[in-house]
Write a protein that binds this ligand. Structure first.
Ligand code: UT7
Length: 333
């Protein structure tokens, strides 16, 4: 991290929301050729939540997560200066953050979407921290929210078993620079491999009679699972080590490892590479699957409710996914 810090930043509140409809591995086996045994041993997932209500979207989940975060510290929405919505499944290609800003009553906030797939929350939190470090804003609401069930091909067993829908939110607040809790970050992109994980736009063959335009639509998630797996296991540990070394810390200083919840085998392999014992891993993947940008704030909120995390604990948070993008934040709680 190389930035001028006027103010420090700390997470003062969290919230999350999940749809009520639960789809377990048995249910998945009723419509694709798979089994609970295959899914659980290959991914660690037992069930996931999906948003089935026709009139509901990431906006509704995001609003619920945001209200939980606001209520837990009795903050009035008008105190929020900025809303960052990390999502790859907005309801509107021009962005969904402004609708959330309106619905929660954050009347003084700028709001924008940030698209970085499963790394979205990590990049969103780092972005929020920059606005706070410079003294520009005091309270930033960062939401990670995805409803990838809308973009999954439910007949493709290699992808549909992985994803679930959810939202998570945190409020990042300015504080004295000596109390800063965002200790360091490390963010990366390698666009060469963007085709490993994407929701491609496909043009239709309809042409405009005069302009010869083609218009199309987005299709389903396409993924090279093996390559994404190898990428995560090789790149994320390096990102974590770099961000710790830069601030004279080592993996021994880690109290909690909070990784993007994509696959239990990925999480374990990264922890093994870093020699981090399993009791320091925060994981709720078995209940929710891969909820993309929501997975980290959802797991963080749950860990806090379970009173796992104590003051001054060092939490290493790392995200990875489409782009390809990956990154780490070192947090002192
Ligand atoms: O946010 C990032 C999102 N993406 C990821 O995190 C993906 C990372 N990758 C993975 O998690 C793993 O690669 C998967 C879980 C997606 C797949 O696990 P794998 O151990 O890499 O399996 P595979 O793709 O090598 O497939 C092994 C076999 C294949 O059959 P054959 O060719 O060996 O006969 C697949 O057709 O398993 C088959 N298979 C399935 N069988 C039962 C693939 N999906 C399924 C399924 N149920 N759902």
């Amino acid at each position: 991290m190389n930035c001028r810090m006027i103010q420090g930043a700390k997470i003062v509140s969290t919230g999350s929301a999940i749809p009520s409809v639960r789809v377990d591995n048995e249910k998945m086996s009723s419509f694709v050729d798979t089994s609970d045994e295959w899914i659980f041993t290959r991914t660690g997932i037992k069930e996931r939540r999906v948003l089935t209500d026709l009139d509901k979207s990431i906006i509704d989940l995001s609003i619920d997560a945001s209200f939980e975060a606001l209520k837990s510290i009795n903050m009035h929405p008008s105190e929020i200066d900025l809303v960052i919505l990390a999502t790859s499944s907005p309801n509107d290609l021009f962005g969904s953050a402004s609708k959330i800003q309106y619905e929660i009553g954050a009347i003084n906030a700028l709001a924008f979407d940030l698209t970085a797939a499963c790394s979205g929350f990590v990049i969103g939190l780092v972005t929020a921290a920059q606005f706070i470090f410079t003294g520009a804003y005091k309270n930033v609401l960062v939401i990670g929210s995805d409803v990838l069930s809308k973009w999954v091909d439910w007949s493709d067993r290699s992808t549909c078993i992985l994803f679930g829908d959810a939202a998570g939110a945190v409020i990042l607040q300015s504080c004295n620079s000596s109390s800063n809790s965002i200790l360091n970050f490390n963010l990366n992109t390698d666009g060469k491999y963007s085709n490993y994980l994407s929701i491609p736009y496909e043009e239709s063959f309809d042409t405009h009679p005069i302009l010869k335009l083609r218009q199309g639509c987005f299709k389903y998630i396409s993924m090279n699972g093996k390559e994404v797996y190898k990428f995560a296991v090789s790149k994320v540990p390096l990102s974590i080590i770099n961000s710790l070394t830069e601030i004279n810390m080592s993996t021994k200083d880690i109290d909690w490892l909070l990784l993007h919840q994509a696959n239990e085998r990925i999480i374990s392999a990264i922890a093994d590479k870093l020699s981090i014992s399993s009791d320091k891993i925060i994981s709720n993947l078995s209940k929710y699957g891969n909820t993309s940008a929501a997975s980290i704030p959802l797991a963080l909120n749950e860990a806090l409710k379970l009173k796992k995390i104590s003051r001054n604990d060092i939490i290493v948070v790392a995200g990875f996914g489409a782009g390809l993008t990956w990154g780490t934040i070192v947090i002192r709680w």
